[in-house]
Design a protein around this ligand. Structure first.
Ligand SMILES: *Cc1c(COP(=O)(O)O)cnc(C)c1O
Length: 477
C-alpha cells in the first residue's frame, strides 16, 4: 500500500465512519462521564510515549490508537456541568462545519487560493458587526482567539497613534519612536499584557488603573491618570472581567479618551456578546464608540477551537499593521477583502466556515436567548449557593460569572484553606468542574456558565454537589 497517496475512497470511508461513530459515542456520553480527566498530564505523556516511529502504521489503527491513548486525558469541556474557565462547548453544527473545513483543506490566506473561505469570512464579518452592533465599516481579522485578536488590534492602535504624531512604525519599527502611554485596568486579562509584550510595548511599561471590587477601572483614577498623558496614548478597557463578568464604564471612558486623540481598545473576549442580547446590552453601552475590539468565537458563540475576531474601526490602520509592503498585494483591487491582510498569518485554517455555520444556525434570536439563558443560570446558581451558611458570593452576578468564597466568616488564611479544600473536594467528586482564582487577595471558586449544553437541571445538580462538598469540609474540621 502506498500510504503517501491516501486517495482510495474505501479507505476514506472506513476512516470517516470510525470517526463518526467515535464522535457520537463521545459526545452522547459526555453528560455521564466525570467532569474531570482520569489522567494527569504525566499519565498522558506516559500513555503517548513511544520511540520515534520508524515504519508507518495503517490508517485505521492510527485513529483507534489515538482514541485509546487520548480518551483518559480528555477534559469534558463540552459537558453540561463544566464551569471551569470560560470555555464554549464546540456546538455540533460548528464541529460539522469544522470537519468540512478540514476535509476541504482550504488555505484561507487569500481569496484566490479559496474564494469560498474568503467569502464566508466577508459575509460572517458583516453579520458579526450587525449582531454586536459595532461600526459597519470596521474590518475583521479571523484569528485563533482573543489573545491574537488583542495583539492584532493593539498593533493597529500602535501604528495609528504613532502615525498621527508623524512616525511610521510599520516601516521604521520602535527604535527612536515617540513613546506611547498605555492605560489599562489593574484586573485586565493576562493575555492583553502578553499582546503588549509581543508588540514591544512591554507588559510592565503601562499605567495600571486602580479598579473597584468588581474589577472595573475606577473613573476617578482613570480621569486622573489620563489627564497626565500626552498623545500618543492607547487606552485598554474590558467588557467582561474574567472572574466577575464586570464591564468598564465605557460611556464615560471612551468618549473622554477619544476626544483627546487616544485610541481605545476593548477586550471583550466573551463579554462583547452581551451586545447581542437585548436583556444584557445595557452592560456594553458606549463600547461601539471605541476604535477596536477583540472577541472570541470559541467562547460564547460555541464554535470549535480555534476562533477569534480582531475588529478594527479604521480598516486601513488594521491593514497597514498586518501587511508588510504594497508590492505584496498584487491583484487585489480596491474594496476587495483579502483575509491575510487582517491577521498575522498567510496560510491558515478557514475559520469563516464554522463562524458562518454557527451564526446561521443560531441566528440573532438564538444568540440572544443563549446569552440570556446563561446569565439567568448563573444567577440561579449563585442564589442556590448564597443561602448556605459560610458561603459568600463575591461578585455582582451581572453576566455569566459567579465567584464564591467558602468559610466567609473566617480569617483570610483559614478562609483560603477552606475555599481551596472545597474546590478540591468538588473536583474529586467530579459532578461538575470548577477551579479557583485569587481575587483581590483572597482565594475564590470561579464558575463560568457558558456551555451551550448546560440546563437548569445541571445547574441545580451542581449547586447540590457544591453545597455537599462545602458541608463535608465544614463539618470535618
Ligand atoms: C479568554 C479571554 C482572553 C484570551 O482569549 P483566548 O481565546 O484564550 O486567546 C482574553 N481576555 C478575556 C477577558 C478572556 O476571557
Amino acid at each position: 500500500m502506498d500510504r503517501s497517496k491516501a486517495t482510495d475512497g474505501s479507505l476514506t470511508n472506513a476512516l470517516l465512519k470510525t470517526v463518526v461513530s467515535e464522535a457520537s459515542r463521545y459526545r452522547n456520553g459526555i453528560g455521564q462521564r466525570p467532569q474531570r480527566p482520569e489522567h494527569t498530564y504525566s499519565d498522558a505523556v506516559a500513555t503517548f510515549a513511544a520511540p520515534t516511529p520508524e515504519i508507518g502504521t495503517p490508517a485505521e489503527d492510527v485513529i483507534h490508537e489515538l482514541v485509546q491513548r487520548a480518551s483518559p486525558g480528555l477534559h469534558a469541556t463540552t459537558g453540561p456541568r463544566f464551569f471551569g474557565w470560560v470555555i464554549g462547548a464546540s456546538h455540533p453544527v460548528g464541529v460539522a462545519a469544522d470537519w468540512l473545513t478540514s476535509v476541504w483543506g482550504q488555505n484561507a490566506g487569500n481569496h484566490t487560493a479559496s474564494p469560498a473561505s474568503a467569502a464566508a469570512e466577508t459575509v460572517s464579518a458583516q453579520w458579526l458587526l450587525d449582531l454586536l452592533d459595532l461600526p459597519r465599516e470596521a474590518s475583521i481579522g479571523f484569528v485563533t482567539g482573543a489573545t491574537v485578536a488583542n495583539f492584532v488590534c493593539l498593533a493597529a492602535a500602535r501604528g495609528e497613534v504613532l502615525r498621527r504624531v508623524g512616525w511610521d512604525v510599520e516601516r521604521s519599527g520602535l527604535f527612536g519612536a515617540p513613546s506611547i502611554h498605555v492605560l489599562i485596568g489593574d484586573e485586565a486579562h493576562t493575555t492583553v499584557f502578553s499582546a503588549l509584550q509581543f508588540l514591544g510595548l512591554g507588559h510592565d511599561r503601562v499605567i495600571r488603573i486602580e479598579t473597584d471590587n468588581q474589577g472595573r477601572m475606577r473613573p476617578d483614577a482613570f480621569a486622573q491618570a489620563f489627564s497626565r498623558c500626552q498623545q500618543p496614548t492607547i487606552v485598554i478597557t474590558q467588557a467582561g472581567q474574567i472572574n466577575t463578568g464586570a464591564f468598564d464604564d465605557h460611556s464615560s471612558i471612551v468618549s473622554k479618551a477619544r476626544a483627546h486623540g487616544a485610541w481605545v481598545h476593548v477586550d471583550g473576549a466573551f463579554g462583547l456578546w452581551a451586545r447581542a442580547c437585548p436583556g444584557r446590552a445595557h452592560l456594553g453601552v458606549g463600547i461601539e464608540a471605541a476604535d477596536s475590539w477583540a472577541t472570541d468565537g470559541h467562547k460564547w458563540l460555541q464554535t470549535p477551537y480555534d476562533c477569534g475576531y480582531a475588529i478594527v474601526r479604521d480598516a486601513e490602520a488594521h491593514r497597514r499593521a498586518m501587511t508588510s509592503a504594497a508590492s505584496y498585494l498584487p491583484g487585489i483591487s480596491e474594496g476587495e477583502r483579502d483575509p491575510s491582510h487582517y491577521v498575522p498569518e498567510l496560510s491558515r485554517r478557514a475559520r469563516g466556515f464554522a463562524t458562518w455555520a454557527m451564526l446561521r444556525h443560531l441566528g440573532r434570536e438564538g444568540i440572544a436567548s443563549m446569552v440570556e439563558e446563561h446569565c439567568l443560570l448563573a444567577q440561579r446558581l449563585s442564589q442556590r449557593l448564597a443561602g448556605e451558611s459560610g458561603v459568600r458570593i463575591v461578585n455582582d452576578v451581572v453576566l455569566n460569572q459567579v465567584i464564591v468564597r467558602f468559610g466567609s466568616n473566617e480569617p483570610l488564611t483559614e478562609g483560603d484553606s477552606l475555599t481551596l479544600r472545597t474546590i478540591r473536594r468538588i473536583q474529586d467528586d467530579a459532578t461538575l468542574f470548577a477551579g479557583g482564582a485569587k481575587w483581590k487577595g483572597e482565594w475564590v471558586m470561579r464558575l463560568s456558565v457558558i456551555s451551550g449544553t448546560t440546563t437548569v437541571a445541571d445547574v441545580d445538580r451542581s449547586a447540590e454537589a457544591i453545597l455537599s462538598a462545602w458541608r463535608d469540609i465544614r463539618f470535618s474540621r
